[in-house]
Write a protein that binds this ligand. Structure first.
Ligand code: NDP
Ligand code: 2IT
Length: 444
């Protein structure tokens, strides 16, 4: 490892104490960028492009006070990290989860900069959210929280400034309450949030986009190996938005999906999920165990992860660092040939090192899960022109975007032996446009 890399990481650690996820994301990216930049673009180094790209343009933190159903005062912390606006207005999701803190949101915002660049749509990178826990809250509590959150956030965002969307714990319901409050405060019906309902400014295929896009990307990976997805066994973690639509598309493409999971454990159906079974699952909420009452061949493994089950393809679609070194070794030992990340940074650094060493195909989230933000970008385009495109049109554009991201990964990640390092490809491919724009826009 070069001394400039070690110096940069040490400097970043010093400036960002107690932010392990942010340091992890930065390390994973700059490890590929520094050698590339030193060789191809030494002037970027003088302009301190990397030192600047890891420093958020703006960090906003605020108090969110709200009343629960018992009229008790509750206080949470809200955030928006406006990471980089070189390519366009800040864009990225909002996460409501008790684990949310500055480190997690900064890593997510940092990843978003590269992901958004890879989509080819002019978007900067951001992330936000709150340590609010939506679990067990009534619909009215969710609404009051969202309204209070927006009472502060509204002054920092706008259709041409910063356009939030969903993430863990934030779906169409929350976007609705946030949008309603923004509209009331600003007296404007604009495309300030994406992931809106399809009757009030939302785009068709946005709910499906991250999961579908993930499978379009995996399809490209298999096609480049002259292979198909038909008959492949797929394990999926998570049971939320990304996991559900990833499973739906995998099944449509002929693969056999055998797991879902959540923070209570893993559901394993050795016969494979079907569209009917998926529908039943969607009626159960978070009660994965309830599935067994109808499909008795299935098993629920409390407190366990899906990575001990045999598969060809693993799709982590829950959360960061959910797949560690031991899980990675387990997957390899069981014959897994492809890991593609629906979640953001679900694989630890050690897990990725094992994938690369074993030469199995590994697609990082910033490339493989970019379909969600890409269709958010298409939602913004539709809002600008006051139109709504058909589901087929959006889906086709999503497919083309994922194919292009795959091509970019091949361009910058293919090694002389033919193996594709998708992480390196995505890091460099995402970085170039941001660096060119930062250079052009001067020292801001
Ligand atoms: P959801 O809230 O819809 O679902 C999240 C799922 O992951 C739930 O099943 C949840 O289980 C599980 N999960 C969350 N945290 C943990 C944890 N600490 N341990 C175990 N399971 C956990 O979120 P999404 O599906 O939207 O997001 C999933 C991932 O995909 C995240 O990493 C997100 O950043 C990423 N992503 C999302 C995009 C989008 O468009 N929504 C776009 C690109 C990436 P439980 O209910 O038990 O908490
Ligand atoms: O991580 C992500 O890319 C998202 N949560 C979606 C962001 C968006 O603006 O649609």
């Amino acid at each position: 490892m070069s001394s400039s890399f070690i110096d940069l990481i040490n400097h970043t650690k010093g400036k960002n104490p107690n932010q392990p996820e942010f340091i992890q994301a930065v390390t994973e990216v700059v490890e590929d960028l520094i050698p590339y930049m030193n060789e191809k673009h030494p002037t970027w180094s003088e302009l301190k492009i990397i030192e600047r790209i890891i420093e958020p343009e703006r960090v906003i933190s605020f108090r969110v006070t709200w009343l629960d159903d018992n009229n008790h005062v509750q206080i949470n912390r809200g955030y928006r990290i406006q990471m980089n606006s070189a390519l366009g207005p800040y864009k990225g999701g909002l996460r409501f989860h008790p684990t949310v803190n500055l480190s997690i949101l900064k890593f997510l915002a940092f990843e978003q900069v590269f992901k958004n660049s890879l989509t080819g749509i002019p978007l900067g990178g951001a992330k936000g959210g709150s340590d609010f826990d939506p679990k067990g809250k009534s619909d009215m509590e969710i609404m009051r929280f969202c309204q209070s959150f927006m009472n502060e956030l509204y002054r920092h965002i706008g259709a041409e400034t910063d356009i939030p969307a969903g993430d863990i714990g934030v779906g169409e319901r929350e976007i609705g309450y946030l949008f309603g409050q923004y509209k009331r405060l600003q007296n404007q019906f604009t495309g300030v949030l994406t992931g809106k309902g399809k009757f009030w400014g939302g785009s068709y295929i946005r709910p499906e986009a991250t999961g579908y896009g993930l499978l379009y990307f995996v399809q490209c990976m298999f096609e480049s190996l002259n292979e198909s997805l038909v008959g492949k066994i797929v394990t999926i973690s998570g049971a939320g938005n990304v996991a559900y639509y990833a499973a739906e598309k995998a099944i449509q493409l002929g693969a056999k999906v055998v797991t879902f999971s959540n923070s209570t454990g893993t559901l394993y159906d050795p016969d494979g999920f079907t569209p009917e079974k998926l529908h039943f699952l969607s009626t159960l909420g978070r009660d994965l165990n309830g599935y067994i009452s109808k499909y008795s061949n299935a098993e629920f493994h409390q407190d366990s992860k899906p990575w001990c089950f045999k598969c060809d393809i693993a799709l982590p679609c829950a959360t960061e660092n959910e797949l560690n070194e031991a899980d990675a070794q387990n997957l390899i030992d069981n014959g897994c040939i492809c890991v593609a990340e629906g979640a953001n940074m679900p694989s630890t650094r050690e897990a990725i090192q094992i994938f690369h060493k074993s030469k199995i195909y590994f697609a990082p989230g910033k490339a493989a899960n970019a379909g969600g933000v890409a269709v958010s970008g298409l939602e913004m385009s539709q809002n600008w022109i006051g139109q709504q495109w058909s589901p087929d049109k959006v889906d086709n554009r999503l497919k083309v975007i994922m194919e292009n991201i795959h091509k970019t990964c091949l361009k910058y990640g293919k090694e002389s032996c033919g193996y594709v390092n998708y992480l390196k490809g995505a890091n460099i491919g995402g970085f170039i446009k941001v660096a060119v724009a930062m250079k052009a826009q001067g020292l801001v």
